[in-house]
Design a protein around this ligand. Structure first.
Ligand code: UD1
Ligand code: CA
Length: 462
């Protein structure tokens, strides 16, 4: 699209969010509001993409440039600074000096309407070009139009203008067709029209919506799907738009072959990938993760920024920034902390915490243990209640456990320490020195059994 550019209005403060974070940086199922919009914009191959920034502009600019989608749009992105937020009309005016003669059309998007689809935008652009109008507004019918600008049409249903909620009469407020905040304008006519708008309204702002009045050829094109043009002004809107996207993400996963039990209780973000034939049980939260096929996850598990192989089961557990292999079994009630790597067929059982450790194939840590800063080789059995004492009060130290070692219940391994292959450690031992391979270690006070005169006397006297 050589002669069509896009403008994203993102300068507003978002006062109604009552937050220090600029509105466009709020997260919606794993991506910021502006990132969602840029993903769609990228698909449309515009000549240029202008982003009007204002409130906390430097922060917004930096966050946008950090996203992967910005890298793909790198040569097209132009940031335009609106120093004072005088209104959406004023914001668009500032783009004029950046636009070249080649650009014949501008698609204008509101950064707080992030879920609009590329198909809807394509349709609006195509209707704008084929009907040769100066201005096209995307409208939608809403059961509850409160807060949106209303579309005013004449007796012949011809689009006339837009009136904002705050300035509308009671009669106009009954209108259910609203402005989505998405427009296509023909250039250069737009610039002349924008010069004519004034801040004569209750908000004392230059409304972009007022520009419509100054065009003789214009249309309002109705969008069929209200979900994709929902605007976010308050935290309540934010929750509603997250819910719209959450449902869509789950629907797509189910259509791709993932089983989701009680989807209304499951939250999966848009960065997560799950292979078919995996089953997600109720109450799971999965973000930024990749999960293989034939897994069973849940019920009630939290998985964040982790990789899970195939055929793995995770029950009632918390996993963060970890890599888990194939055919592992985790939980119930395990906590796997960052930088942990589990190879295949590892078993981590109830009330076990693993931190920054590498656990090799076939190893079992089944009950009530803490394993931190450790490297555990293949086929090791770690008994209930075993602790790697990795912290001396100042520094963290490593524990190494060789192949086939058998660590009895309630053992303390005081790091730094190396336990060789095939070592057996007796239950209740506190081991402080390296143990060579094939050794049996018992490190606990000798058990003493003595005849108890007092008790025996009391029990059997008289
Ligand atoms: C706007 C429309 C309204 C429409 C609704 C759809 C206007 C006057 N009204 O209302 O008709 O129904 O969107 O969601 O446009 N912005 C700037 N600079 C500013 C002011 C705003 O860049 O000085 C940006 C905002 O960041 C936002 C967009 O313009 O992305 C719309 O502004 P907002 O204040 O959210 O307008 P609404 O009241 O939602
Ligand atoms: Ca808005």
């Amino acid at each position: 699209m050589k002669n069509i550019s896009c403008v994203i209005l993102a300068a507003g403060e978002g006062t109604r969010m009552k937050s220090d974070i600029p509105k466009v940086l709020f997260d919606i199922c794993g991506k910021t509001m502006i990132e969602h919009l840029l993903e769609t914009v990228k698909e449309l191959d515009f000549y240029r993409v202008y982003i009007v920034v204002g409130y906390k502009s430097e922060l917004v600019r930096q966050k946008i440039l950090q996203t992967t989608v910005s890298k793909k749009l790198k040569n097209k992105l132009i940031f335009v600074l609106q120093e004072k937020q005088l209104g959406s009309g004023d914001a668009l005016k500032l783009v004029e000096k950046h636009v070249s003669k080649f650009e014949k059309y501008l698609v204008v998007l509101s950064a707080d309407v992030p879920l609009v689809s590329k198909e809807t935008l394509k349709e609006l652009i195509s209707q704008h070009c084929s009907n040769s109008v100066e201005c096209s507004v995307l409208s939608v019918f809403l059961e509850n139009p409160y807060g949106y600008g209303r579309i005013l049409r004449d007796d012949k249903k011809k689009f006339v203008s837009i009136i904002e909620e705050i300035d509308a009469t009671e009669q106009q407020k009954l209108i259910k067709e609203v402005n989505t905040g998405i427009y296509v304008f023909s250039l250069p006519n737009l610039w002349g029209a924008l010069k004519q708008i004034t801040p004569n309204n209750k908000k004392r702002e230059y409304y972009l919506t007022d520009v419509v009045k100054f065009f003789s050829s214009k249309q309002a094109v109705v969008c069929k799907n209200a979900d994709e043009v929902k605007g976010v002004n308050t935290k309540k809107d934010l929750a509603e738009i997250i819910e719209i996207l959450r449902k869509k993400i789950l629907e797509n996963l189910m259509l791709s072959g993932v089983t989701i039990i009680l989807p209304q209780t499951v939250y999966i973000d848009c960065k997560t990938k799950i292979q078919p034939q995996t089953k997600i049980l109720q109450g799971c939260v999965i973000v930024g993760s990749e999960i293989g096929k034939n897994c069973v996850i849940g019920p009630y598990s939290f998985i964040s920024n982790s990789e899970i192989g195939d055929d793995t089961e995770i029950t009632y557990s918390y996993i963060n920034q970890a890599k888990i292999g194939n055919k592992c079994s985790i939980g119930p009630f395990s906590r796997i902390r960052p930088y942990t790597e589990l190879s295949d067929e590892v078993k981590i059982g109830n009330f076990v915490e693993i931190k920054k450790s590498k656990i090799s194939s076939g190893t079992k840590i089944n009950h009530l243990s803490y394993v931190g800063d450790a490297e555990v080789e293949e086929n090791v059995n770690i008994g209930a209640g075993t602790i790697t004492c990795n912290f001396d009060g100042i520094r963290k130290h490593k524990t190494y456990i060789g192949k086939n070692a058998f660590i009895g219940s309630n053992v303390n391994l005081v790091a730094p320490i190396k336990i060789g292959n095939n070592v057996v450690i007796g239950a209740g031992s506190t081991v402080t020195k390296d143990v060579p391979k094939n050794t049996l270690v018992i490190a606990r006070a000798q058990e003493v059994h003595k005849y108890n005169h007092r008790i025996i006397k009391k029990l059997f006297s008289g």
